[in-house]
Design a protein around this ligand. Structure first.
Ligand code: ACO
Length: 449
């Protein structure tokens, strides 16, 4: 079989928006065994192109095969743009650097979910709603108390978010009320995360305070105790704001795709988000921030021998990878990691902390970036490389790091879920496969085997 894909005439105008571009598609010509098929080419607003193969099987009897979906666009989306070669990340068109400098996490969440920045009145309205919906049903505490000691907070969070459906069953599928569900989820998840930490330590739960901002409230719920009030520090509150803004969305990554796929079966929002939390937990994805600290601690135990880690990462017989390095999309420095690295220095200086893990991280990074293997493979630090050190300095325990990521990613998951639900062309997610098992054979009764 011969297969040829040829691009055909470009018809485009530079100032056309995406809707117009979609109607003025280029075409790709596919030739299979001498027969020619024309496939539409979809062009995004930043000029990215995709061959639309949604009718390929009907036309040709063939499907495409792409393990890990490295070359597959699962949807069109107007939420987040990233260019992995140039190290660009924008939410609704706004560079993440600008949002990290000027915005708040709640404002960024609003932007992602609603598509535009809020006015002052809208932001105030949302803040009031956040306060109104910040408490968690008291009966939920009983669940927390009965998880076995040592349970990972990500497993608990995923289960409890799913359980929210039982406590707030009036969840609508569509319409105005969905806004309340979204606010409820964003506000309660933060309370639930802090609550799980307090309960795991055997401490009294601290309730949210209406006079505190979203981030300040979280720190207070985590660290305030009846004997030692939490000394609120505006720089730390700002650091948390930036941390969550940087995590707020990252287009069709593993956990977001899980949310979209699970959501495509039209489950409720809580169930879809719970799936996202479970997907984020893995060390190749959001769990990398915990894995980085574990790796740096091992280097510390090994007398600071970071070169051994580099050699192991390069050894194909060793499954070890440099955690916090590499990315499916970024083949340049992750723009979020740049901001995180600067923040790391700032937070440690502010708190007057000297963390040897930060020194190992910097030495490791400098050595890896000069190493041929890492250069050839385009491996740069990703967001998780420095984020764990920032969280450690704030006093967040290591096993809560991925929970911190999950709280930050929540607006992105919600925005992507909402976009998919609202898309009239959205279908049930159901990939195909190429079967490689045995051909048809007869059942053999047990005594004859
Ligand atoms: N250390 C050493 N080698 C690496 C690393 C690494 N961290 N990452 C990729 N490579 C190598 C692979 O061994 C492979 O080499 P080869 O082509 O010689 O066989 C090549 O680079 C490509 O690797 P893949 O796994 O095919 O690339 P993929 O795009 O699937 O990987 C991933 C992306 C999973 C993030 C990978 O870089 C990795 O495992 N990194 C460490 C874990 C991590 O930091 N994850 C967080 C990512 S950010 C996030 O999800 C929030």
């Amino acid at each position: 079989m011969t297969v040829l894909i040829l691009p055909t005439i470009q018809q485009d105008s530079d100032n056309s928006d995406f809707t117009q571009r979609r109607d003025m598609m280029e075409k790709a010509t596919l030739i299979i065994d001498g027969k020619t098929y024309e496939l539409p080419v979809v062009v995004g607003s930043e000029g990215e192109k995709a061959i639309d193969i949604s009718n390929l099987r009907r036309m040709t009897g063939l499907i495409t095969l792409d393990p890990g979906y490295a070359n597959t666009g699962s949807c069109t989306s107007s939420i987040t743009f990233m260019d992995g070669e140039k190290g660009i990340l924008r939410y609704r068109g706004i560079p993440v650097e600008q949002l990290a400098e000027h915005s708040s996490f709640i404002e960024t969440a609003y932007l992602l979910i609603n598509g535009v920045l809020p006015t002052r009145e809208q932001l105030n309205e949302v803040s009031v709603l956040f306060n109104d919906h910040s408490l968690v049903h008291e009966d939920m505490q009983i669940f927390y108390q009965n998880f076995p000691r040592g349970s990972h907070p990500m497993g608990i969070l995923s289960a409890m978010v799913n359980a929210l459906r039982s406590f707030y069953p009036e969840l609508p599928a569509f319409g105005e009320e969905i806004n309340i569900t979204v606010i409820r989820l964003l506000s309660k998840v933060r309370t639930m995360a802090a609550m799980s930490y307090k309960i795991s330590r055997g401490h009294k739960v601290v309730y949210p305070r209406p006079d505190l901002s979203y981030c300040a409230n979280f720190l207070n719920m985590m660290f305030d105790t009846p004997v030692k009030p939490y000394p609120m520090d505006k720089d730390l509150v700002q650091a948390l704001n930036v941390f969550w803004i940087l995590h707020a969305d990252h287009e069709q990554n593993c956990s977001t795709s899980a949310v979209r796929l699970v959501g495509s079966g039209r489950v409720n929002l809580y169930a879809a988000i719970s799936a996202g939390i479970a997907a984020l937990w893995g060390p190749l994805h959001g769990g990398a921030n915990q894995a980085v600290i574990e790796m740096l601690s091992d280097i510390q135990k090994d007398g600071g021998n970071f070169r051994r880690a580099i050699e192991r990462a390069k050894d194909k017989k060793d499954a070890f990878r440099l955690m916090g390095f590499g990315h499916r999309v970024y083949k340049a420095y992750d723009p979020r990691a740049k901001i995180m690295k600067k923040m790391c220095d700032k937070v440690l200086a502010k708190l007057n902390i000297k963390d040897p893990l930060l020194d190992f991280a910097k030495e490791l990074e400098a050595a890896a970036l000069k190493d041929d293997y890492f250069i050839e493979h385009n491996l740069y630090p990703n967001i998780d490389f420095y984020s764990g050190i920032v969280l450690r300095a704030m006093g967040i325990p290591t096993n809560m790091f991925t929970v911190m990521f999950a709280i930050g990613r929540l607006p992105g998951w919600i925005a992507q879920w909402k976009e998919s639900i609202d898309d009239p062309k959205w279908k049930l997610g159901r990939p195909r496969q190429i079967y490689t098992g045995p051909k048809e054979m007869q059942y053999i009764p047990i005594d004859e085997r």
